[in-house]
Design a protein around this ligand. Structure first.
Ligand SMILES: [Zn+2]
Length: 262
């Protein structure tokens, strides 16, 4: 029987609401953001895979914390942001770099996407419509601004939004329902957002992951890609959250609002 060498992406749930991503060819696997080494080891064993590479998007422990334990067991390259100090990285990356993996056979282009953290990077697969964006863009939302500004985050999200609409967004958390509840408050007239929230709630009720989404869905429903819409800035102004026409200020006001939204 011929060996199936097609590439697959598999979600590994970890902690409360993280997804660690395994990219594999049914023999070798690269892992994106292995915050939990035990969860990775269990998935490798279940699928009978050998670890071949580690890819990191940013320094937070729920993304990079499993690296030391994995390196004790696997002698593999560790790719990650050049602008963050993460123990174990031997292939520091910045915008424009290309990661070439042989097994699994895949090239990934690097984008600098600061905002959530100062040196956050994202990986854009070449030849497959896949984006691994860590805590930058989420399904229906975006990461909190821990180390960067609204200006940086909007530029990072704009780089991502320039990718094709069929790009699958492999983000790192299951925040979709809470994000879309906020999105409905921001755009009560957006029927696509309301329908997407209902669909996400149904998936979660059955314990199914709502990610990856597509970039096309995000562009039509995610307020953090839609902050330039007039209806959004009008609502921000009429509710006293914004007092000017600056789109970056509108984005910052949305992020503020979301931080306190329940
Ligand atoms: Zn993070």
């Amino acid at each position: 029987m011929p060996v199936d060498q097609s590439l697959q992406v598999t979600a590994i749930p970890a902690f409360e609401d993280n997804y660690l991503w395994l990219i594999h060819d049914h023999e070798y696997a690269a892992v994106v953001d292995p915050g939990d080494a035990a969860a990775i080891e269990a998935a490798l064993a279940t699928h009978q895979l050998k670890l071949a590479a580690i890819l990191l998007t940013h320094h937070h422990a729920d993304h990079a914390g499993g690296v030391p334990a994995l390196l004790r067991h696997w002698n593999v390259p560790v790719y990650g942001p050049a602008n963050e100090r993460i123990p174990g990285i031997d292939h520091p990356l910045r915008e424009g770099d290309v990661v070439t993996l042989t097994s699994p056979s895949l090239q990934l282009k690097v984008l600098d996407v600061p905002g959530h953290t100062a040196g956050h990077i994202a990986y854009v697969a070449q030849g497959e419509p896949w984006l691994f964006c860590g805590d930058t863009l989420f399904a229906g939302g975006c990461g909190r601004l821990f180390e960067g500004s609204a200006d940086q985050m909007t530029q990072s999200l704009e780089k991502i939004a320039a990718l094709p609409n069929n790009t699958k967004v492999y983000c790192a958390h299951e925040y979709t329902v809470s994000n879309l509840r906020f999105a409905v408050a921001v755009e009560p007239e957006n029927q696509q957002t309301a329908a997407r929230l209902a669909a996400a709630q149904e998936l979660r009720a059955r314990g199914i992951a709502t990610v990856p989404s597509t970039l096309g869905e995000e562009k039509s429903t995610n307020p953090f890609l839609r902050y330039r819409e007039k209806s959004i800035s009008d609502l921000l102004k009429s509710s006293g959250r914004l007092n000017n026409e600056n789109p970056i200020a509108a984005f910052a006001a949305l992020r503020e609002w979301k931080n306190g939204f329940r």
